[in-house]
Design a binder for this molecule. Structure first.
Ligand code: ADP
Length: 601
């Protein structure tokens, strides 16, 4: 048993506890896991919108290139350069100001007299565009870093003042290589602090987009088009520029009308897939983290704390696509529901393992007890067979030898032999009946019979043996028959077993009483009681004495022989007749076994 317990503990209990512990640990991480899943999902939404916005801007840039090409068609490049601002504004609604500069730092358009906007633009940007000033800009061109030497070699239509213009460019190239100012490595904090950016928290919440200090010439490099963004008086100025193959020395550009661009971008600011519309709101935030377009116009929140956010890029520096949870408590709530469900599941599993384990251990204990009882039973039965056989053999040998001549003694020996044979028969009948019942082969011959008559006959059969043992056997039976539906032999066997027990367990006071009577309550039934004045059934064993092989009085300690089957059989027979047997302590000491059977009316 100890070994089994050890195996159970090692193979079932400990692994279950470990599993439960792991499960409880994973429970604590549920909110984190859920947030991570959601953040991945919504990050995808934000990235897709940002990609769409970049795509829109790239398309507009191409559109700008086509506009320039269209203006150059049929015009001399220099003519087109001079009137570029007016022409572009007429033909392209996104343009706020059009400008043309040459690589050598000459500004053709807009004219200083072209209006307030044009004048302001020139004042603000001329020095930068004409390579006379390095400013902080965010730039993007498809070809990346510049290579001025190649560009200079490629110049297709050299101008008269080209050699003088080469100087600042070369200087710029040197400054680029030497000072390293051009490198985009100046870290700048982001405007928003996304809640779901674990790496960001570890490394610092920096923007991926960095400004570079450079002259316009440097940014162009040998690319043909690109974007340049700069902040002037805290206002974003976004410019497209383009160089036509017709005259690569000329750079055509446009300062974009930001509100109009935003209007165009607004179509892309939507929640995709639409099923997430109820869950999140997508917003396009400008460089001061204020929303300029929202997927849900009624939504209000702390714009600086989105759930996730993605930067758009150099075209719109420090602008972000941010995703906000419409109902942030829902996430915590779902995590709690998930936690609760999993917690309950784990508890149920642990409980099931516990109860299962307990049932297994109980059953194992029962099986072990039964196995032990069976072993005891074999030795008890052998002993019970041996004792009467020894007496029978001894007395029959004495009689056979003719050494006992006294008639009285002879009769007494014969009586002993008869009693012992009866005991043997009883035992063998019990064992055979028990095995028949176990196999379900026990057959009853039910008929209408008088239970009082059965009891009377059985008592009279046993009387000589009781009297020989010095017992006072009283029998109180009614004169009228007590009719039941039953098998006479089986019922007689019940009474014999009860009487035999009363004889065995009577101790010093050898008084046995048998009573039978009919009772009307609770239902009409017949009750046969066998009473003795013995020590009674030990406390706590009242129910167990009816179990197979169970013996409250051990053969070794009590010296009383038995198989532990008598009461089992008696109860099984009684139940097969629709009745039962019960034990109760007898008033004044002793036991009382009562057989109850339904009365046959
Ligand atoms: P056994 O062969 O041991 O008598 P039983 O099934 O007839 O088997 O009885 C089961 C146990 O019930 C006995 O071992 C005994 O301890 C207890 N018992 C039965 N009858 C009596 C009685 N009249 N008085 C006291 N104990 C009894």
């Amino acid at each position: 048993m100890r070994k089994v317990a050890l195996v159970f503990v090692l193979a079932v209990f400990v692994p279950s506890l470990v599993l439960a512990w792991l499960a409880v640990r994973s429970l604590r991480d549920q909110q984190f896991v859920l947030e991570r899943q959601q953040s991945l999902l919504y990050q995808g939404v934000a990235d897709a919108v940002a990609k769409d916005l970049v795509g829109y801007i790239t398309e507009r840039q191409r559109e700008f290139g086509s506009q320039v090409e269209a203006l150059l068609t049929g015009n001399k490049p220099l003519d087109a350069a001079n009137s570029f601002d007016e022409q572009l504004r007429k033909g392209w609604p996104l343009a706020e100001v059009g400008f043309t500069v040459s690589l050598d730092g000459q500004c053709y358009s807009p004219s200083l007299f072209g209006g307030a906007e044009a004048r302001k633009f020139r004042l603000d940007n001329e020095k930068f565009l004409c390579n006379r000033e390095s400013v902080e800009v965010y730039w993007d061109s498809p070809k990346g870093a510049i290579n001025l030497s190649q560009l200079d070699a490629k110049s297709s239509s050299p101008r008269s003042d080209e050699s003088s213009a080469q100087q600042p460019a070369a200087n710029a190239n040197n400054s680029l290589n030497n000072s390293g100012k051009f490198a985009k490595d100046q870290k700048q904090a982001r405007n928003v602090e996304p809640q779901q950016a674990q790496q960001v928290i570890a490394k610092g919440n920096y923007s991926k987009i960095a400004a570079s200090e450079a002259e316009f010439r440097q940014l162009i490099g040998d690319s043909t088009e690109g974007t340049v963004a700069r902040f002037l008086q805290n206002r974003l100025n976004l410019m497209f520029w383009y160089r036509s193959p017709r005259d690569p020395q000329l750079v055509f550009g446009s300062l974009l009308n930001l509100p109009k661009l935003v209007e165009g971008l607004s179509e892309s600011v939507k929640v995709e897939p639409a099923s997430l519309n109820e869950e999140v709101c997508v917003a396009l935030l400008n460089d001061s983290a204020a929303p300029v377009v929202m997927s849900n116009s009624k939504f209000r929140t702390n714009w600086k704390r989105p759930f996730v956010a993605t930067e758009i890029g150099e075209a719109l520096p420090h602008w972000e696509v941010a995703v906000y949870l419409v109902n942030p408590a829902k996430l915590t709530h779902s995590a709690q529901t998930l936690k609760l469900t999993l917690g309950l599941l784990i508890a149920a599993l642990v409980l099931a393992i516990g109860v299962g384990g307990w049932l297994i251990v109980t059953d194992l204990k029962r099986q072990l007890t039964l196995a032990r009882q069976k072993t005891d039973f074999v030795s008890n039965v052998s002993h019970e067979l041996k004792t009467p056989l020894t007496s029978i053999r001894m007395f029959s040998e004495l009689l056979a030898d003719g050494r006992v001549t006294d008639k009285e003694k002879q009769r007494s020996y014969f009586n002993i032999i008869t009693a012992e044979t009866a005991r043997l028969t009883r035992l063998i009948n019990n064992v055979l009946d028990f095995s028949r019942m176990e196999r379900g082969e026990k057959k009853y011959n039910f008929e209408k019979c008088d239970l009082a008559g059965v009891v009377r006959e059985t008592v009279e059969t046993c009387r000589p043996q009781f009297e020989a043992g010095g017992f006072k056997l009283e029998c109180e039976l009614p004169d009228s028959p007590l009719l039941v539906n039953g098998d006479r032999d089986a019922l007689a066997q019940v009474v014999v077993n009860l009487l035999s027990n009363a004889e065995k367990y009577s101790g010093e006071r050898k008084e046995v009483r048998v009573e039978a009577r009919s009772q009307a309550q609770p239902l009409p039934h017949v009750e046969v009681r066998v009473l003795d004045r013995g020590p009674g059934v030990p406390k706590g064993c009242e129910g167990k004495i009816f179990e197979q092989f169970y013996r409250a009085h051990d053969s070794l300690s009590s010296g009383i022989q038995g198989s532990g089957l008598g009461l089992t059989l008696a109860r099984q027979i009684a139940r097969a007749h629709g009745g039962d047997i019960a034990f109760e302590p007898r008033a004044g000491g002793g036991s009382c076994f009562a057989l109850c059977l339904p009365l046959k009316l």
